[in-house]
Write a new protein. Sequence first.
Length: 237
Amino acid sequence: MSGAEDGALVLFSGGQDSATCLAWALARFGRVETVGFDYGQRHRIELACRAGLRDGMAALRPDWAGRLGADHVLDAGVLRGLSGSALVSAAEITAPEGQLPSTFVPGRNLLFGTLAAAVAYGRGLRHLVLGVCETDYSGYPDCRDDTMKALQVALNLGMDARFVLHTPLMFVDKAGTWAMAAALGGAALVELIRVESHSCYEGDRTVLREFGYGCGSCPACELRARGFAAYRRLAAA
């Protein structure tokens, strides 16, 4: 891992959270690469949004353009056949009381973190940046702070490395995520993420809503809409 102190790998899906994390990393590290995962997700269109977001961030600031390095996309399709999750099938999207949402994909973030660490190991990058959050999230246990801390320990033991897992959104709600984007890149970055990112579970990019593209009714859209509205109220206060 020699020379990795100032290098970071961002787990970059093409959604709002990971886009904000990419900007966060570009503001902090001298070399930033990205990795995405194709796992047969229902909203696979998010992968097509990644290039526009990367290009848009590079155009915002010359120093970010100089720091932005290679992009990697890995096949994680094994996840599609391991569960009946609504995120990798046509199953109904539900959130039963007292149960995990039907969109939970067992092991997803654990696998993504492990694969990303393998990429980082080979690329000489020490820092891994993930957009997971336990403050304003869908109830996924693999988004919790304790999970990420345990994963960091396992990765470092298993690879004899000194990876640092960064989760800048862990204790930030969606309104705070928009505010973070504004602090990092101003109104231009907020608009870039609003228009170019994709977080809708249904993969719907037919209507540009106040909060961005989406169906407007899935849990991801509802969460993003509430967060954007709260952010606008705070910004106007």
